[in-house]
Design a protein around this ligand. Sequence first.
Ligand SMILES: C=CC1=C(C)c2cc3[nH]c(cc4nc(cc5[nH]c(cc1n2)c(C)c5CCC(=O)O)C(CCC(=O)O)=C4C)c(C)c3C=C
Ligand code: FES
Ligand code: FE2
Length: 430
Amino acid sequence: MASKQPLRTLVKQATSAQCIQTQSKTALARSMATVVPPVTQNSTSKKGPTAMVFMNMGGPATTDEVGGFLSRLFADGDLIPLGPLQGVLGPLISMRRTPKIQKQYAGIGGGSPIRKWSEYQAAEMCKILDKINPETAPHKPYVAFRYANPLTEEMYNKLLEDGFGKGRGGRAVAFTQYPQYSCSTTGSSLNELWKWRTRLETPQRNPEMTPEEANGAIEWSVIDRWPTHAGLIDAFAENINKALDTYPPEIRDSVVLLYSAHSLPMSVVNRGDPYPAEVAATVWAVQQKLGHRNPYRLVWQSQVGPSAWLGAQTADTVPNLIKKGQKDIVLIPIAFTSDHIETLFEIDQEVIHEANELGAEGRVRRAESLNGSTTFIQGLADLAKAHLNSGEICSKQMGLRCPGCKSEKCLEQKRFFMGEGKQANEAVTL
Ligand SMILES: C=CC1=C(C)c2cc3[nH]c(cc4nc(cc5[nH]c(cc1n2)c(C)c5CCC(=O)O)C(CCC(=O)O)=C4C)c(C)c3C=C
Ligand code: FES
Ligand SMILES: [Fe+2]
Protein backbone atom coordinates (compact mmCIF):
# COMPACT_ATOMS: atom_id res chain seq x y z
CA MET A 1 0.00 0.00 0.00
CA ALA A 2 1.08 3.57 -0.65
CA SER A 3 2.83 5.50 2.09
CA LYS A 4 0.42 7.51 4.20
CA GLN A 5 3.04 9.95 5.40
CA PRO A 6 2.00 12.90 3.23
CA LEU A 7 -1.64 12.50 4.22
CA ARG A 8 -0.73 12.31 7.90
CA THR A 9 1.16 15.55 7.47
CA LEU A 10 -1.90 17.03 5.85
CA VAL A 11 -4.19 16.05 8.71
CA LYS A 12 -1.79 17.55 11.24
CA GLN A 13 -1.58 20.76 9.25
CA ALA A 14 -5.32 20.86 8.70
CA THR A 15 -6.02 20.68 12.39
CA SER A 16 -3.50 23.39 13.31
CA ALA A 17 -4.94 26.67 14.56
CA GLN A 18 -3.61 28.57 11.54
CA CYS A 19 -5.42 26.23 9.20
CA ILE A 20 -8.71 26.34 11.06
CA GLN A 21 -8.72 30.12 10.65
CA THR A 22 -8.42 29.89 6.88
CA GLN A 23 -10.64 26.89 6.14
CA SER A 24 -14.30 26.17 6.64
CA LYS A 25 -14.85 24.44 9.97
CA THR A 26 -17.75 22.52 8.46
CA ALA A 27 -15.44 21.06 5.83
CA LEU A 28 -12.99 20.05 8.53
CA ALA A 29 -15.69 18.42 10.59
CA ARG A 30 -16.98 16.60 7.53
CA SER A 31 -13.63 15.10 6.65
CA MET A 32 -10.46 15.02 8.68
CA ALA A 33 -8.63 14.39 5.42
CA THR A 34 -8.61 18.08 4.58
CA VAL A 35 -6.19 19.25 1.93
CA VAL A 36 -3.92 22.13 2.81
CA PRO A 37 -1.31 24.05 0.81
CA PRO A 38 1.62 22.15 -0.71
CA VAL A 39 4.37 21.29 1.74
CA THR A 40 6.86 23.72 0.23
CA GLN A 41 4.48 26.65 0.32
CA ASN A 42 2.61 26.47 3.58
CA SER A 43 4.49 29.40 5.03
CA THR A 44 2.94 31.78 2.51
CA SER A 45 -0.72 32.57 1.85
CA LYS A 46 -0.46 31.42 -1.78
CA LYS A 47 -1.34 27.79 -2.43
CA GLY A 48 -0.43 27.35 -6.12
CA PRO A 49 0.73 26.05 -8.45
CA THR A 50 -2.03 23.48 -8.80
CA ALA A 51 -2.01 20.68 -11.35
CA MET A 52 -5.44 19.98 -12.85
CA VAL A 53 -5.32 16.47 -14.31
CA PHE A 54 -8.14 15.53 -16.70
CA MET A 55 -8.63 11.75 -16.62
CA ASN A 56 -10.40 9.91 -19.39
CA MET A 57 -10.15 6.76 -21.48
CA GLY A 58 -8.68 8.49 -24.54
CA GLY A 59 -8.87 7.28 -28.08
CA PRO A 60 -6.49 6.51 -30.94
CA ALA A 61 -5.43 9.77 -32.62
CA THR A 62 -4.59 7.89 -35.85
CA THR A 63 -5.62 4.51 -37.30
CA ASP A 64 -2.07 3.25 -36.57
CA GLU A 65 -2.74 3.75 -32.85
CA VAL A 66 -5.87 1.56 -32.84
CA GLY A 67 -3.93 -1.67 -32.16
CA GLY A 68 -2.15 -0.24 -29.09
CA PHE A 69 -5.38 1.37 -27.84
CA LEU A 70 -7.34 -1.89 -28.05
CA SER A 71 -4.52 -3.98 -26.57
CA ARG A 72 -4.39 -1.71 -23.50
CA LEU A 73 -8.18 -1.72 -23.28
CA PHE A 74 -8.47 -5.53 -23.39
CA ALA A 75 -5.58 -5.85 -20.91
CA ASP A 76 -7.54 -3.85 -18.33
CA GLY A 77 -9.18 -6.25 -15.91
CA ASP A 78 -11.14 -3.37 -14.34
CA LEU A 79 -12.93 -2.83 -17.68
CA ILE A 80 -12.92 -6.28 -19.22
CA PRO A 81 -12.18 -8.98 -16.63
CA LEU A 82 -10.91 -12.06 -18.46
CA GLY A 83 -9.55 -13.79 -15.35
CA PRO A 84 -6.20 -15.59 -15.30
CA LEU A 85 -6.26 -15.76 -19.11
CA GLN A 86 -6.31 -11.96 -19.49
CA GLY A 87 -2.68 -11.88 -20.65
CA VAL A 88 -3.43 -14.37 -23.45
CA LEU A 89 -7.03 -13.57 -24.40
CA GLY A 90 -6.64 -9.77 -24.25
CA PRO A 91 -4.01 -9.53 -27.03
CA LEU A 92 -5.87 -12.13 -29.13
CA ILE A 93 -9.23 -10.32 -28.96
CA SER A 94 -7.65 -6.91 -29.56
CA MET A 95 -5.70 -8.19 -32.59
CA ARG A 96 -8.83 -9.72 -34.11
CA ARG A 97 -10.84 -6.56 -33.48
CA THR A 98 -8.26 -4.06 -34.76
CA PRO A 99 -9.10 -4.06 -38.54
CA LYS A 100 -12.84 -3.52 -37.90
CA ILE A 101 -12.24 -0.67 -35.44
CA GLN A 102 -9.54 0.87 -37.71
CA LYS A 103 -12.17 1.14 -40.45
CA GLN A 104 -14.50 2.94 -38.04
CA TYR A 105 -11.82 5.48 -37.08
CA ALA A 106 -10.95 5.92 -40.77
CA GLY A 107 -14.64 6.69 -41.32
CA ILE A 108 -14.60 9.56 -38.79
CA GLY A 109 -11.58 11.30 -40.29
CA GLY A 110 -8.75 8.98 -39.23
CA GLY A 111 -8.76 9.24 -35.43
CA SER A 112 -10.54 10.06 -32.20
CA PRO A 113 -10.97 13.76 -31.35
CA ILE A 114 -10.88 13.01 -27.59
CA ARG A 115 -7.30 14.26 -27.13
CA LYS A 116 -7.91 17.51 -29.00
CA TRP A 117 -11.02 18.27 -26.95
CA SER A 118 -9.56 17.17 -23.61
CA GLU A 119 -6.47 19.36 -24.02
CA TYR A 120 -8.61 22.30 -25.12
CA GLN A 121 -11.12 21.93 -22.28
CA ALA A 122 -8.37 21.53 -19.64
CA ALA A 123 -6.40 24.55 -20.89
CA GLU A 124 -9.48 26.79 -21.15
CA MET A 125 -10.71 25.73 -17.71
CA CYS A 126 -7.31 26.56 -16.17
CA LYS A 127 -7.37 30.05 -17.72
CA ILE A 128 -10.75 30.70 -16.07
CA LEU A 129 -9.62 29.19 -12.77
CA ASP A 130 -6.58 31.50 -12.66
CA LYS A 131 -9.03 34.41 -12.70
CA ILE A 132 -11.76 33.09 -10.39
CA ASN A 133 -9.51 31.30 -7.88
CA PRO A 134 -6.22 33.23 -7.75
CA GLU A 135 -5.37 31.68 -4.33
CA THR A 136 -4.50 28.34 -5.97
CA ALA A 137 -3.09 29.81 -9.23
CA PRO A 138 -1.34 29.14 -11.47
CA HIS A 139 -3.45 26.15 -12.54
CA LYS A 140 -1.56 23.87 -14.90
CA PRO A 141 -3.52 21.61 -17.27
CA TYR A 142 -2.61 17.93 -17.72
CA VAL A 143 -4.34 15.06 -19.49
CA ALA A 144 -4.02 11.42 -18.42
CA PHE A 145 -5.60 8.77 -20.64
CA ARG A 146 -6.16 5.18 -19.65
CA TYR A 147 -5.65 3.56 -23.08
CA ALA A 148 -4.12 6.16 -25.40
CA ASN A 149 -1.43 8.85 -25.32
CA PRO A 150 -0.79 10.71 -23.09
CA LEU A 151 -0.95 7.71 -20.74
CA THR A 152 -1.06 8.11 -16.95
CA GLU A 153 2.65 7.22 -16.64
CA GLU A 154 3.60 9.95 -19.11
CA MET A 155 1.44 12.50 -17.30
CA TYR A 156 2.95 11.54 -13.91
CA ASN A 157 6.52 11.89 -15.17
CA LYS A 158 5.62 15.26 -16.65
CA LEU A 159 4.24 16.38 -13.27
CA LEU A 160 7.53 15.41 -11.62
CA GLU A 161 9.57 17.14 -14.35
CA ASP A 162 7.43 20.26 -13.97
CA GLY A 163 8.38 20.62 -10.31
CA PHE A 164 5.67 18.72 -8.42
CA GLY A 165 6.61 16.01 -5.88
CA LYS A 166 10.19 14.80 -5.28
CA GLY A 167 10.48 16.58 -1.94
CA ARG A 168 8.83 19.71 -3.28
CA GLY A 169 5.20 18.80 -2.54
CA GLY A 170 2.59 20.50 -4.68
CA ARG A 171 -1.06 19.87 -5.13
CA ALA A 172 -2.73 17.93 -7.93
CA VAL A 173 -6.41 17.35 -8.59
CA ALA A 174 -7.45 14.20 -10.45
CA PHE A 175 -10.51 15.47 -12.30
CA THR A 176 -12.46 12.66 -13.96
CA GLN A 177 -13.98 13.65 -17.26
CA TYR A 178 -16.62 10.94 -16.93
CA PRO A 179 -19.42 12.91 -15.22
CA GLN A 180 -20.96 9.65 -13.92
CA TYR A 181 -18.84 7.23 -11.90
CA SER A 182 -18.34 3.65 -13.02
CA CYS A 183 -15.74 1.33 -11.53
CA SER A 184 -14.97 0.32 -15.13
CA THR A 185 -14.10 3.89 -16.19
CA THR A 186 -13.24 6.40 -13.44
CA GLY A 187 -12.47 3.51 -11.05
CA SER A 188 -10.01 2.08 -13.57
CA SER A 189 -8.35 5.48 -14.14
CA LEU A 190 -7.95 5.96 -10.38
CA ASN A 191 -6.50 2.47 -10.01
CA GLU A 192 -3.97 3.38 -12.70
CA LEU A 193 -3.15 6.72 -11.07
CA TRP A 194 -2.67 5.02 -7.71
CA LYS A 195 -0.40 2.42 -9.41
CA TRP A 196 1.90 5.11 -10.86
CA ARG A 197 1.84 7.12 -7.67
CA THR A 198 2.99 3.99 -5.82
CA ARG A 199 5.68 3.21 -8.41
CA LEU A 200 7.05 6.71 -8.82
CA GLU A 201 6.59 8.25 -5.39
CA THR A 202 6.60 5.56 -2.68
CA PRO A 203 10.06 4.83 -1.27
CA GLN A 204 9.30 1.14 -0.59
CA ARG A 205 8.63 0.66 -4.31
CA ASN A 206 11.12 3.22 -5.53
CA PRO A 207 14.56 2.63 -3.99
CA GLU A 208 15.94 5.75 -5.66
CA MET A 209 13.67 7.97 -3.58
CA THR A 210 14.85 9.39 -0.27
CA PRO A 211 12.41 9.66 2.66
CA GLU A 212 12.57 13.46 2.22
CA GLU A 213 11.44 13.11 -1.36
CA ALA A 214 8.61 10.82 -0.32
CA ASN A 215 7.53 13.23 2.42
CA GLY A 216 7.30 15.93 -0.21
CA ALA A 217 5.20 13.79 -2.51
CA ILE A 218 2.34 15.24 -4.52
CA GLU A 219 -0.85 15.85 -2.54
CA TRP A 220 -3.70 14.38 -4.52
CA SER A 221 -7.40 15.05 -4.28
CA VAL A 222 -10.10 13.74 -6.58
CA ILE A 223 -13.18 15.08 -8.33
CA ASP A 224 -14.69 11.64 -8.79
CA ARG A 225 -18.20 12.40 -10.13
CA TRP A 226 -20.39 15.35 -11.03
CA PRO A 227 -23.53 13.93 -12.66
CA THR A 228 -25.82 16.83 -11.77
CA HIS A 229 -23.44 19.78 -11.69
CA ALA A 230 -25.27 22.92 -12.87
CA GLY A 231 -22.70 23.75 -15.58
CA LEU A 232 -23.00 20.25 -17.07
CA ILE A 233 -26.80 20.33 -17.00
CA ASP A 234 -26.99 23.85 -18.47
CA ALA A 235 -24.60 22.90 -21.27
CA PHE A 236 -26.59 19.78 -22.18
CA ALA A 237 -29.87 21.72 -22.06
CA GLU A 238 -28.42 24.44 -24.31
CA ASN A 239 -27.34 21.91 -26.96
CA ILE A 240 -30.68 20.07 -26.78
CA ASN A 241 -32.57 23.34 -27.24
CA LYS A 242 -30.39 24.13 -30.26
CA ALA A 243 -31.30 20.75 -31.77
CA LEU A 244 -35.02 21.22 -30.96
CA ASP A 245 -34.96 24.66 -32.61
CA THR A 246 -34.24 22.93 -35.94
CA TYR A 247 -37.76 21.36 -35.89
CA PRO A 248 -40.89 23.31 -36.90
CA PRO A 249 -42.45 25.03 -33.83
CA GLU A 250 -45.73 23.11 -34.12
CA ILE A 251 -44.04 19.71 -33.58
CA ARG A 252 -41.14 20.84 -31.37
CA ASP A 253 -42.65 19.69 -28.07
CA SER A 254 -43.50 16.23 -29.36
CA VAL A 255 -39.97 15.39 -30.51
CA VAL A 256 -38.76 12.41 -28.45
CA LEU A 257 -35.51 13.02 -26.56
CA LEU A 258 -33.40 9.86 -26.52
CA TYR A 259 -30.59 10.19 -24.01
CA SER A 260 -27.94 7.67 -25.00
CA ALA A 261 -25.18 6.43 -22.69
CA HIS A 262 -22.50 3.75 -23.17
CA SER A 263 -23.99 0.53 -21.80
CA LEU A 264 -22.55 -1.71 -19.08
CA PRO A 265 -22.45 -5.52 -18.91
CA MET A 266 -25.19 -6.78 -16.56
CA SER A 267 -22.46 -8.42 -14.45
CA VAL A 268 -21.15 -4.91 -13.67
CA VAL A 269 -24.66 -3.53 -13.06
CA ASN A 270 -25.45 -6.43 -10.71
CA ARG A 271 -22.18 -5.92 -8.82
CA GLY A 272 -23.75 -2.61 -7.77
CA ASP A 273 -21.91 -0.18 -10.04
CA PRO A 274 -23.09 3.42 -9.42
CA TYR A 275 -23.09 4.44 -13.12
CA PRO A 276 -26.68 3.60 -14.19
CA ALA A 277 -28.16 5.57 -11.28
CA GLU A 278 -25.83 8.52 -11.87
CA VAL A 279 -26.58 8.61 -15.61
CA ALA A 280 -30.29 8.60 -14.76
CA ALA A 281 -29.66 11.49 -12.33
CA THR A 282 -28.07 13.53 -15.15
CA VAL A 283 -31.01 12.80 -17.45
CA TRP A 284 -33.55 13.79 -14.81
CA ALA A 285 -31.71 17.04 -14.03
CA VAL A 286 -31.55 17.95 -17.74
CA GLN A 287 -35.26 17.14 -18.13
CA GLN A 288 -36.04 19.40 -15.19
CA LYS A 289 -33.94 22.19 -16.68
CA LEU A 290 -35.89 21.80 -19.94
CA GLY A 291 -39.19 21.94 -18.06
CA HIS A 292 -40.21 18.40 -19.09
CA ARG A 293 -41.55 19.77 -22.36
CA ASN A 294 -40.69 16.63 -24.34
CA PRO A 295 -41.19 12.91 -23.82
CA TYR A 296 -37.88 11.12 -23.22
CA ARG A 297 -36.15 7.80 -22.61
CA LEU A 298 -32.70 6.82 -21.39
CA VAL A 299 -31.21 4.17 -23.68
CA TRP A 300 -27.83 2.42 -23.84
CA GLN A 301 -25.36 1.96 -26.67
CA SER A 302 -22.08 0.35 -27.78
CA GLN A 303 -22.31 -3.04 -26.15
CA VAL A 304 -19.41 -5.34 -27.03
CA GLY A 305 -19.39 -9.15 -27.12
CA PRO A 306 -22.05 -11.79 -26.48
CA SER A 307 -22.80 -11.30 -22.73
CA ALA A 308 -25.94 -9.55 -21.42
CA TRP A 309 -25.72 -5.73 -21.34
CA LEU A 310 -28.00 -3.07 -19.91
CA GLY A 311 -30.77 -2.05 -22.38
CA ALA A 312 -32.84 -0.90 -24.14
CA GLN A 313 -30.25 -0.51 -26.85
CA THR A 314 -30.10 2.78 -28.75
CA ALA A 315 -29.69 0.93 -32.05
CA ASP A 316 -32.98 -1.00 -31.45
CA THR A 317 -34.95 1.85 -29.90
CA VAL A 318 -34.72 4.24 -32.85
CA PRO A 319 -36.08 1.74 -35.44
CA ASN A 320 -38.73 0.58 -32.97
CA LEU A 321 -39.97 4.14 -32.42
CA ILE A 322 -39.97 4.86 -36.15
CA LYS A 323 -41.99 1.68 -36.81
CA LYS A 324 -44.48 2.90 -34.18
CA GLY A 325 -44.81 6.18 -36.12
CA GLN A 326 -42.48 8.37 -34.02
CA LYS A 327 -40.03 9.80 -36.54
CA ASP A 328 -38.94 13.02 -34.82
CA ILE A 329 -36.17 12.08 -32.42
CA VAL A 330 -33.16 13.90 -30.94
CA LEU A 331 -30.33 11.66 -29.75
CA ILE A 332 -28.27 13.08 -26.87
CA PRO A 333 -24.93 11.46 -25.90
CA ILE A 334 -25.21 11.95 -22.12
CA ALA A 335 -22.22 10.13 -20.60
CA PHE A 336 -19.34 11.67 -22.52
CA THR A 337 -18.17 15.26 -22.76
CA SER A 338 -16.78 15.32 -26.31
CA ASP A 339 -17.22 13.64 -29.66
CA HIS A 340 -15.82 10.16 -30.02
CA ILE A 341 -16.27 7.05 -32.13
CA GLU A 342 -19.68 6.35 -30.62
CA THR A 343 -21.17 9.70 -31.55
CA LEU A 344 -19.43 10.23 -34.87
CA PHE A 345 -19.67 6.65 -36.14
CA GLU A 346 -22.27 4.69 -34.21
CA ILE A 347 -24.92 7.41 -33.89
CA ASP A 348 -24.22 9.60 -36.94
CA GLN A 349 -23.29 6.93 -39.45
CA GLU A 350 -25.12 3.81 -38.26
CA VAL A 351 -28.21 4.73 -36.20
CA ILE A 352 -29.17 7.87 -38.14
CA HIS A 353 -28.39 6.22 -41.48
CA GLU A 354 -30.73 3.34 -40.63
CA ALA A 355 -33.40 5.80 -39.46
CA ASN A 356 -33.25 7.56 -42.82
CA GLU A 357 -33.58 4.26 -44.64
CA LEU A 358 -36.67 3.45 -42.53
CA GLY A 359 -38.36 6.61 -43.78
CA ALA A 360 -37.44 9.16 -41.08
CA GLU A 361 -35.65 11.26 -43.76
CA GLY A 362 -33.61 13.70 -41.69
CA ARG A 363 -36.04 13.77 -38.76
CA VAL A 364 -33.71 11.83 -36.43
CA ARG A 365 -30.97 14.24 -35.34
CA ARG A 366 -28.23 14.44 -32.72
CA ALA A 367 -27.56 17.16 -30.17
CA GLU A 368 -24.02 18.48 -30.48
CA SER A 369 -21.49 17.05 -28.00
CA LEU A 370 -20.20 19.42 -25.33
CA ASN A 371 -16.77 19.81 -27.01
CA GLY A 372 -15.91 23.54 -26.91
CA SER A 373 -19.12 24.74 -25.20
CA THR A 374 -18.27 27.83 -23.17
CA THR A 375 -21.11 27.06 -20.74
CA PHE A 376 -19.57 23.64 -20.15
CA ILE A 377 -16.01 24.92 -19.70
CA GLN A 378 -17.19 27.65 -17.31
CA GLY A 379 -19.03 24.86 -15.44
CA LEU A 380 -15.83 22.81 -15.19
CA ALA A 381 -14.06 25.85 -13.70
CA ASP A 382 -16.88 26.46 -11.18
CA LEU A 383 -16.79 22.82 -10.15
CA ALA A 384 -12.99 22.82 -9.80
CA LYS A 385 -13.08 26.05 -7.76
CA ALA A 386 -15.66 24.58 -5.37
CA HIS A 387 -13.51 21.45 -4.98
CA LEU A 388 -10.27 23.38 -4.42
CA ASN A 389 -11.88 25.44 -1.67
CA SER A 390 -13.89 22.65 -0.05
CA GLY A 391 -11.01 20.90 1.66
CA GLU A 392 -12.41 17.56 0.50
CA ILE A 393 -10.12 14.85 -0.83
CA CYS A 394 -12.90 13.03 -2.65
CA SER A 395 -16.67 12.49 -2.47
CA LYS A 396 -18.34 10.47 0.28
CA GLN A 397 -19.32 7.89 -2.34
CA MET A 398 -15.65 6.94 -2.81
CA GLY A 399 -15.70 5.35 0.63
CA LEU A 400 -18.25 2.70 -0.29
CA ARG A 401 -17.27 -0.20 -2.52
CA CYS A 402 -19.74 -1.92 -4.80
CA PRO A 403 -21.66 -4.55 -2.81
CA GLY A 404 -20.30 -7.28 -5.12
CA CYS A 405 -16.72 -5.96 -5.33
CA LYS A 406 -13.99 -8.49 -4.67
CA SER A 407 -11.12 -6.46 -6.08
CA GLU A 408 -8.10 -5.90 -3.84
CA LYS A 409 -7.04 -3.15 -6.23
CA CYS A 410 -10.27 -1.21 -5.55
CA LEU A 411 -9.70 -1.59 -1.83
CA GLU A 412 -6.11 -0.31 -1.96
CA GLN A 413 -6.98 2.54 -4.31
CA LYS A 414 -9.86 3.69 -2.13
CA ARG A 415 -7.73 3.46 1.01
CA PHE A 416 -5.15 5.65 -0.68
CA PHE A 417 -7.54 8.31 -1.95
CA MET A 418 -9.68 8.33 1.21
CA GLY A 419 -6.43 8.51 3.18
CA GLU A 420 -6.61 9.18 6.86
CA GLY A 421 -10.16 10.48 6.44
CA LYS A 422 -11.29 6.87 6.38
CA GLN A 423 -10.57 6.43 10.08
CA ALA A 424 -12.17 9.70 11.04
CA ASN A 425 -15.31 9.09 9.05
CA GLU A 426 -17.79 6.53 10.31
CA ALA A 427 -19.74 6.42 7.06
CA VAL A 428 -16.84 4.84 5.21
CA THR A 429 -17.20 1.13 4.52
CA LEU A 430 -14.25 -0.14 2.56
C1 LIG B 1 -19.05 6.49 -19.95
C2 LIG B 1 -18.50 5.95 -20.94
C3 LIG B 1 -18.09 4.54 -21.07
C4 LIG B 1 -18.37 3.42 -20.30
C5 LIG B 1 -19.21 3.31 -19.03
C6 LIG B 1 -17.71 2.32 -20.92
C7 LIG B 1 -17.76 1.01 -20.46
C8 LIG B 1 -17.26 -0.07 -21.15
N1 LIG B 1 -16.66 -0.08 -22.40
C9 LIG B 1 -16.29 -1.36 -22.75
C10 LIG B 1 -15.64 -1.77 -23.92
C11 LIG B 1 -15.17 -0.93 -24.94
N2 LIG B 1 -15.31 0.43 -25.02
C12 LIG B 1 -14.70 0.89 -26.15
C13 LIG B 1 -14.62 2.19 -26.60
C14 LIG B 1 -15.14 3.29 -25.91
N3 LIG B 1 -15.79 3.27 -24.69
C15 LIG B 1 -16.15 4.55 -24.34
C16 LIG B 1 -16.83 4.96 -23.19
C17 LIG B 1 -17.27 4.12 -22.16
N4 LIG B 1 -17.05 2.79 -22.02
C18 LIG B 1 -15.69 5.41 -25.39
C19 LIG B 1 -15.86 6.91 -25.39
C20 LIG B 1 -15.06 4.64 -26.36
C21 LIG B 1 -14.44 5.12 -27.67
C22 LIG B 1 -13.24 5.96 -27.53
C23 LIG B 1 -12.98 6.74 -28.81
O1 LIG B 1 -11.92 6.61 -29.35
O2 LIG B 1 -13.78 7.47 -29.36
C24 LIG B 1 -14.12 -0.21 -26.85
C25 LIG B 1 -13.27 -0.09 -28.10
C26 LIG B 1 -14.03 -0.01 -29.34
C27 LIG B 1 -14.53 -1.38 -29.73
O3 LIG B 1 -13.73 -2.30 -29.76
O4 LIG B 1 -15.74 -1.50 -29.93
C28 LIG B 1 -14.42 -1.36 -26.10
C29 LIG B 1 -14.01 -2.76 -26.42
C30 LIG B 1 -16.70 -2.19 -21.66
C31 LIG B 1 -16.50 -3.69 -21.64
C32 LIG B 1 -17.29 -1.39 -20.68
C33 LIG B 1 -17.85 -1.74 -19.36
C34 LIG B 1 -17.44 -2.65 -18.56
S1 FES C 1 -15.89 -2.86 -8.52
FE1 FES C 1 -16.88 -1.15 -7.66
S2 FES C 1 -15.66 -0.76 -5.89
FE2 FES C 1 -14.63 -2.45 -6.80
FE1 FE2 D 1 -16.48 1.52 -23.69
